[in-house]
Design a protein around this ligand. Structure first.
Ligand SMILES: C[S@@+](CC[C@H](N)C(=O)[O-])C[C@H]1O[C@@H](n2cnc3c(N)ncnc32)[C@H](O)[C@@H]1O
Length: 242
């Protein structure tokens, strides 16, 4: 699926037009919900003294905001996607690693301050997610945290994507996070229309529930054509409340 989407973007001229593969799924600089994700779940953690992992960076839609880490690992299952990322981003402190789908080869135990993944777990079945959560626990420092966006089939945006989105829900994900030895620090089930976000750590800090970002989706008057990937859903006439 991911290789096919990359080829389609190349053929459509999306990458040439936008400069980064994947911006057609939504640009965090323009889409208010994605901007909230960037500003709340990513930028506050960027620190030049810290090491970070991005799982499934794709073309670098979110990677570009993570380059301020002292060490950044882009971990992807597909070498072709890592090659696409390298086309746009080269930096001595950015290391790209191909994995087996759930591991972090070459990354030491308890060495990572922050981990981020968007647009990846939405396609991963719960057993793969569970395996990843175990790997995440292995590499995170006791003071570190991980932000993972996953498919939320309680939402119409995920349901309308059919098999393109995994059959996960917050109720299914919560016990798995805990079973893998992680702690839920924060969860956001309202900002995104097809997915939810969870922030976890090794057992340490207190749980806070984020009911909503600064923007709550209160009306969707029309939902465009759902492709094999619900991130492509075009939502028009969105009304936001501050
Ligand atoms: C839809 S793209 C999203 C890219 C980027 N995160 C974004 O939001 O624009 C999914 C990315 O995850 C990668 N991927 C898929 N399954 C993966 C897995 N099990 N482990 C690591 N990367 C994976 C794909 O190769 C691709 O780079």
């Amino acid at each position: 699926m991911h290789l096919g989407m990359l080829q389609t973007s190349r053929a459509d001229g999306q990458i040439e037009r936008d400069g980064i593969y994947g911006l057609h799924w939504g640009n965090p600089q323009e889409n208010p919900a994605l901007r909230w994700v960037r500003d709340h779940y990513l930028l506050p953690y960027v620190d030049p003294r810290h090491s970070a992992i991005e799982i499934g960076p794709g073309g670098g839609r979110w990677t570009r905001y993570m380059l301020g880490f002292g060490q950044l690992y882009g971990i992807d299952y597909h070498q072709e996607l890592l090659d696409e990322l390298a086309r746009s981003f080269r930096a001595p402190h950015l290391r790209l690693i191909k994995n087996n789908g759930t591991d972090f080869p070459g990354i030491a135990d308890k060495s990572i301050d922050f981990l981020f993944s968007f647009g990846v777990f939405v396609h991963l079945n719960i057993d793969i997610m569970e395996s990843y959560l175990g790997s995440i626990r292995r590499v995170l420092k006791s003071t570190g945290c991980a932000v993972v966006q996953y498919s939320d089939k309680t939402k119409e945006g995920a349901r309308s994507a059919g098999d393109g989105f995994a059959n996960t829900t917050p109720e299914l994900v919560r016990p798995i996070v805990i079973r893998c030895g992680n702690r839920i620090l924060e969860e956001d089930t309202t900002t995104l229309w097809h997915s939810s976000i969870i922030r976890t750590s090794r057992p340490s800090l207190a749980y806070t529930r984020t009911e909503s970002g600064p923007y709550s989706l209160v009306s969707i008057s029309s939902i465009g054509k759902a492709c094999d990937m619900a991130e492509r859903i075009t939502i028009t006439n969105r009304t936001y409340l501050r």
